[in-house]
Design a protein around this ligand. Structure first.
Ligand SMILES: Cc1ncc(COP(=O)(O)O)c(C=O)c1O
Length: 359
């Protein structure tokens, strides 16, 4: 079976974990600090704050920006549920704008129409490993005095003309095992803002600035040194592993026939967390079944846009974002992870081209 995702664990990760276990400091300690420093360097930002998941990173970033009940946050409905749920966690309202069908990211031309006096932030989701069109998004945010919280959970090391994901606004990253790098479970926030950095650290640790004096409501959102040790080893491999993903994607781009391959605008560096094609004419599900019969994994990210999820309909009523709904019917993500061999990517291409030729 050619799997859709495979975490790459080596001797470096094992050695690093054993060192932590032997050190006697296993909760948040020096390894977390080192991981934060290295991650901030990778994104070329001043601060990185480690936490327990991408979901927690989003939650904490929204809290640090003071977003709460009565506030609105503009985001995409075509993403993993946590992007919008994090807005609900703080009591605010996610306001969706539809996606650009070519990039699957937020359609920037629709943002200004969604702004109301209650809008406090834009939460662009860099889906599949490619950034949203951050130039215009930052301009709109500046014009309307809005915070920007990037959901970069799928975009470690991605950039636009050299400026990295997480360096535009407040960045949030997931370190889940299927991501381009992992700490088993984990998350990271990135920022150039000293105040946001300080607030995140306080919120992460029970709202505590002085031991057992609690200035505000806080949580236990701390990463452990065991997880940070894995994360550090993975971060060192990120350039190589992203390079392999890009090489696999290039092979697909050059050889797949009859399907729509990913569109990458000039200056955008895609890191292919997912390699996602569109299959026209209602053939997507049959292709997926055919791939399965041929022992090739594939996945639909995501089959039901967030505004169509049951509890969102209950809460916000019926809403319509046609491009997101259309994409949900046509997208299919193929194996692109760094562990694939040349023979694996050739097998995938051959299966798809055969199916599309015959279909
Ligand atoms: C776009 C997006 N946002 C948020 C998350 C949440 O991250 P985590 O699973 O680490 O909580 C994910 C993870 O799948 C994601 O893909």
């Amino acid at each position: 079976m050619i799997s859709i995702a495979k975490p790459v664990m080596g001797e470096e990760e094992k050695k690093a974990v054993l060192e932590v276990l032997d050190s006697g400091i296993i909760a948040q300690g020096p390894k977390v600090k080192e991981f934060e420093k290295n991650f901030a360097e990778m994104c070329d930002v001043k601060h990185a704050i480690a936490t327990t998941s991408g979901t927690t990173a989003l939650h904490m970033a929204l809290l640090a920006h003071g977003i709460g009940p009565g506030d609105e946050v503009i985001t995409s409905p075509f993403t993993f549920i946590a992007s919008a749920n994090s807005v609900l966690f703080v009591g605010a309202t996610p306001v969706f704008v539809d996606i650009d069908p070519k990039t699957f990211n937020m359609d920037v031309s629709q943002i200004e129409a969604a702004i109301t006096p209650n809008t406090k932030a834009i939460l662009p989701v860099h889906l599949y490993g490619m950034l949203c069109d951050m130039g215009p998004i930052m301009d709109i945010a500046k014009k309307h005095d809005l915070a920007v919280i990037e959901d970069a959970c799928q975009s470690h090391g991605s950039d636009i003309n050299g400026k990295r994901a997480g360096a535009f606004g407040t960045g949030t990253f997931s370190l889940y095992p299927t991501k381009n790098m992992t700490s088993a479970e984990g998350g990271m926030i990135t920022t150039n803002d000293d105040e946001i950095d300080e607030l995140c650290r306080v919120i992460r640790n029970h709202g505590m600035r002085r031991r057992y004096y609690h200035d505000q409501l806080g949580y236990n959102f701390r990463m452990t040194d065991v997880h940070a040790a894995i994360g550090n080893a993975q971060l060192a491999k990120l350039p190589k592993n992203n390079g392999k993903r890009r090489a696999n994607a290039k092979f697909y781009n050059e050889n797949l026939k009859g399907v729509t391959i990913p569109f990458v605008p000039e200056g955008f560096h895609h890191v292919y967390h997912q390699y996602t094609i569109r299959i026209p004419d209602g053939k997507r599900d049959a292709l997926r079944e055919y791939l399965k019969e041929n022992e090739i994994g594939s996945e639909i990210y995501y089959p039901l846009p967030i505004h169509k999820q049951g509890f969102y309909i209950e809460k916000f009523g019926e809403q319509s974002f046609p491009q997101s709904e259309f994409a949900a019917e046509e997208v299919l993500s193929l194996p692109v992870h760094p562990e694939l061999s040349q023979s694996d990517v050739e097998t995938v291409v051959q299966a798809i081209n055969t199916f599309m030729g015959e279909a």
